[in-house]
Write a protein of this length. Structure first.
Length: 61
């Protein structure tokens, strides 16, 4: 079982700080891994991140 502390302990290898402002950046292709939709668990609530046919992102609860 993963805890919240476990998931925040280290940055993924594919994170890049090369963008403006020094904020971590993850490529969408790395996040989705060839899928069009993923589920994100945030404090026990499930969100769905979906890439549409028009190449837009939709995040729903």
């Amino acid at each position: 079982m993963s805890t919240r502390a476990d998931s925040c302990s280290a940055a993924p290898a594919n994170m890049d700080n090369g963008g403006t402002g020094g904020k971590p950046r993850i490529k969408l292709a790395d996040l989705l891994r060839q899928m069009r939709e993923i589920e994100i668990d945030h404090d026990g609530k499930i969100y769905r991140l979906r890439l549409t046919q028009a190449n837009k992102l939709i995040l729903t609860a």
